[in-house]
Design a protein. Structure first.
Length: 194
């Protein structure tokens, strides 16, 4: 039993769950890759925006449909709660830790994507809050993407919204973190009763 378990852990594809069913490790790897790539894209685009844009200057990308507009945001999404920057920073820390906690059980590609995007977005904006002016845990988030009649946002915000959509979709389809579905856990009905 121990040798079989060791073999399944070394091949990188599966690990044993408490009920001895093999659980795919690929979703966990996918979670990590999505989180890393999303975070890197967010930080890189923010640095490019800071280097190439002047605050208050509007640069057209696709006519008026998409423009670049550099601004900083001390609040949450859509500039809400601007006087609660410190509280929002600690909420982001708790959200990142909770995402990592839940990711340990991920066994579904959809959930791996959702949690990966969520962690990328939360950590992207949390990095700004920790390291940018005016100081640690009070820093302002860099935003630079703008649609008409819509608040300015960044790649981290996009990641969080993708995560929200995927989480809603997974939940509506009855898919649990471990990849099982509601119908997998439903009690069997006796034959002839439907």
């Amino acid at each position: 039993m121990q040798a079989a378990r060791g073999a399944s852990l070394t091949d990188g594809d599966t690990e044993q769950t408490p009920d001895h069913r093999p659980r795919p490790r690929r979703p966990l790897v996918l979670f990590g890759l999505v989180a890393l790539l999303g975070y890197a894209a967010d930080q890189a685009t923010k640095e490019l925006a800071l280097a190439g844009l002047e605050p208050g200057e509007r640069v057209s990308v696709v006519g008026d449909a998409l423009t670049l507009y550099l601004t900083s945001n001390s609040g949450a999404a859509f500039s809400l709660g601007t006087s609660y920057t410190l509280v929002l920073s600690w909420i982001a820390v708790a959200a990142a830790l909770a995402t990592l906690w839940f990711a340990r059980r991920v066994g579904s590609t959809g959930w791996a994507l959702a949690l990966g995007f969520l962690l990328a977005g939360v950590l992207g904006n949390l990095t700004d809050r920790v390291f940018r002016e005016p100081g640690p845990m009070r820093g302002h988030v860099i935003d630079f993407l703008a649609f008409p009649n819509f608040p300015v946002f960044n790649v981290a915000d996009v990641c969080i919204n993708i995560a929200a959509g995927l989480i809603i979709l997974r939940t509506m389809r009855g898919v649990h973190l471990d990849g099982t579905r509601d119908r997998d856990t439903a009690p069997a009905t006796p034959e002839g009763q439907a």
